[in-house]
Design a binder for this molecule. Structure first.
Ligand code: UD1
Length: 351
């Protein structure tokens, strides 16, 4: 198959290109805009078309790269949680306008298959059960509660502490920050495109991706890279809240495999279909445990500190059910986060 890979020079795009699609004997067309915020060294890797997805519907260079493509694997995005409201146009432009333009151009070129990089952030606070009221959808945590050090989410009906459940793909979408809003919009545009043009979409909702090639720390980096960078500076990893917030850390090599499986599956999918899958290890860990594991694996171990700081856009627990991806795509993560996070402590990062 001929596969167009957007975001091909990024952390996840590089892994998809190198370890999966190229090895599978596919014809790979690599596209990346080489955003300075993501690439300190702006020289594009070999065979990369330097193009902006926001221009996809309006330039002949995009028409050329879409020629004869069977599946678009769309990884290009501005990531992170957003720092200030000034970031809103950044997410809306690159992620949403960019996806809409890419979809329009894909239709124009006769492309009917899309694998979309989505995120667990679409779920917002995740899934919870109240001992008295059963499954409930909690409201965002208030500044007052967070400032007072009350980090757990509470039942909207009785105010009691909730137990977090595994989130499956039927959970309501409830974005809590600019990036999350842009990922929800991407999914909705893709689903509309599928219906309108009789195309097929698989959206992969990545959980916390880590591994070799992860960008060094920026305000937009994931927490594993932040912890690692602190250790390399000789500083303790700073764990926000009380460290008991839970996430699912999935290795980038597993994410690359999930994409290869999704590319194969979308080629056989029914016209007009949109299906989302969690891409997760299925083995949740607390953020305090992540800090401890990365610190243990570091060349100069330094004990993490629990700071009690918080970021308003953060959610408390997001732990995924990997069942649908296992049953329908055949995807099961191979890397146990407890081993992978220790190895990550000394893996090479991207400049
Ligand atoms: C992360 C990504 C998001 C991606 C999602 C799923 C970032 C900023 N977020 O979301 O883009 O869609 O995974 O792959 O890349 N924390 C600390 N210390 C720090 C930084 C963060 O304790 O120095 C805490 C945060 O408060 C939070 C947790 O670690 O509780 C995870 O933070 P982070 O990795 O930034 O964001 P996610 O919400 O998990």
């Amino acid at each position: 198959m001929r596969i167009l890979l957007t975001g091909s020079a990024g952390f996840i795009g590089t892994a998809i290109g190198r370890t999966t699609l190229a090895d599978g004997g596919h014809d790979l067309v690599r596209v990346d805009v080489m955003l300075p915020a993501a690439h300190r060294i702006a020289r594009p890797p070999a065979d990369t078309h330097v193009l902006d997805v926001r221009d996809a519907a309006s330039t002949s260079a995009w028409r050329d790269v879409l020629q004869g493509v069977d599946v678009v694997c769309h990884q290009a995005a501005v990531v992170g949680a957003g720092v200030t409201t000034a970031d809103l146009p950044l997410y809306a432009g690159h992620n949403d306008l960019g996806t809409a333009a890419l979809l329009a151009a894909a239709s124009e070129a006769g492309v009917r298959r899309l694998v979309l990089a989505s995120s667990m952030v679409v779920y917002g606070e995740g899934a919870y059960t109240c001992p008295a009221h059963g499954p409930v959808t909690p409201a965002p945590r208030s500044v007052e509660a967070l400032t007072a050090g009350h980090f757990e989410v509470l039942c909207p009906l009785c105010g009691e502490a909730l137990a977090s459940d595994l989130v499956d793909e039927s959970a309501p979408l409830a974005p809590r920050n600019a990036y999350a809003a842009s990922k929800v919009a991407q999914e909705h545009y893709a689903a509309a495109w599928a219906r309108q043009s009789g195309s097929s979409v698989i959206a992969l909702r990545y959980h916390n991706v880590y591994g070799p090639g992860m960008p060094r720390d920026t305000p937009y980096s994931g927490v594993a890279a932040m912890f690692r960078s602190s250790l390399e500076r000789g500083q303790a990893p700073r764990v926000f809240e009380d460290g008991a917030q839970r996430r699912d850390f999935v290795h980038v090599a597993d994410v690359a495999r999930a994409n290869a499986m999704a590319v194969a599956a979308v080629a056989e999918a029914a016209p007009g279909s949109f299906v989302a899958y969690n891409v997760a290890s299925g083995q949740p860990v607390t953020v305090a445990d992540v800090a401890a594991m990365v610190a243990e694996g570091a060349r100069q171990p330094i004990a993490p500190v629990i700071t009690g700081e918080f970021r308003l856009g953060d959610v408390r627990h997001v732990v995924a059910s990997p069942v649908r991806a296992a049953e329908e795509l055949g995807f099961r993560a191979a890397v146990d986060p407890r081993a992978g996070l220790r190895q990550f402590a000394t893996a090479s990062l991207r400049e």
